[in-house]
Design a protein around this ligand. Structure first.
Ligand code: URA
Length: 226
């Protein structure tokens, strides 16, 4: 196919900026491609768009969609989990499966509705077979969560489970040792309370009592005396 005909054909199937393979690098400049956006200065809609289009790690290749987070973007409480599971990947919302039902019940027990808090995860994309996040995935994804925290400016963060707690706090301590004291996150030193992940509570219901204690501590840190 000659140059003009080929271009017409490619345009007809929706490829409007065709260039030869060896010029592909220059093509970005020709069609005015944006540089990879930096979450650092993004506002909320920009951050949502950046996350939706993110291809910083290989998890982007197999996701159905990204899971940005849900709730009140000006919430006093921010809840941080690990990563989307199968149902979250399907629905595009964090904590919508069985663990999510339990999280909603935990929040209700301290007088909070799901809509009143902001719920996010360390990772915005589902790891295959729900494996633990890899450190390079956390490294690529963390700027999004950092910016979310800066924009929400919550009174406190509740970290759900070991993966959330260790990655938020840059710690390798066991979760049992991280519970029971107030940590801080980021330059703004947002208080962080560590508790067990609701998926763990589904397997070990007797531990719910400890989560109740952790939530009492969270209430007092938030200035909502239990
Ligand atoms: N577990 C998590 O850590 N996050 C979700 O969004 C769902 C399950």
């Amino acid at each position: 196919m000659g140059g003009a005909r080929q271009r017409a054909y490619l345009e007809a199937i929706g490829i409007t900026a065709w260039v030869a393979r060896d010029r592909a690098v220059e093509a970005g400049e020709e069609i005015g491609a944006e540089p990879v956006p930096d979450p650092v200065a993004a506002d909320w809609p920009q951050l949502q768009a950046q996350v939706a289009g993110c291809a910083r790690c290989e998890l982007s290749e197999n996701r159905t969609q990204t899971v940005f987070g849900v709730g009140d973007p000006a919430a006093d409480w921010m809840i941080v989990g690990e990563a989307p599971g199968a149902e979250e990947d399907r629905q595009g919302e964090p904590f919508v499966g069985r663990a999510g039902q339990l999280l909603n019940a935990i929040l209700r027990a301290v007088g909070l509705r799901r809509e009143q808090v902001f719920i996010a995860n360390i990772l915005k994309c589902r790891p295959p077979q729900n494996r633990d996040p890899k450190s390079e995935e956390v490294e690529q994804c963390m700027p999004y969560l950092q910016r979310q925290v800066e924009l929400v400016r919550p009174k406190l963060i509740v970290a759900l489970g070991r993966v959330a707690a260790q990655n938020l706090l840059g710690s390798s301590e066991a979760i049992g040792r991280m519970r029971g004291r107030v940590h801080v996150f980021g330059a703004a030193e947002i208080p962080v309370i560590v508790t067990y992940h609701p998926a763990y509570l589904l397997r070990s219901p007797l531990e719910k009592r400890k989560v109740w204690q952790d939530m009492q501590m969270a209430l007092s840190v938030a200035g909502q005396v239990p």
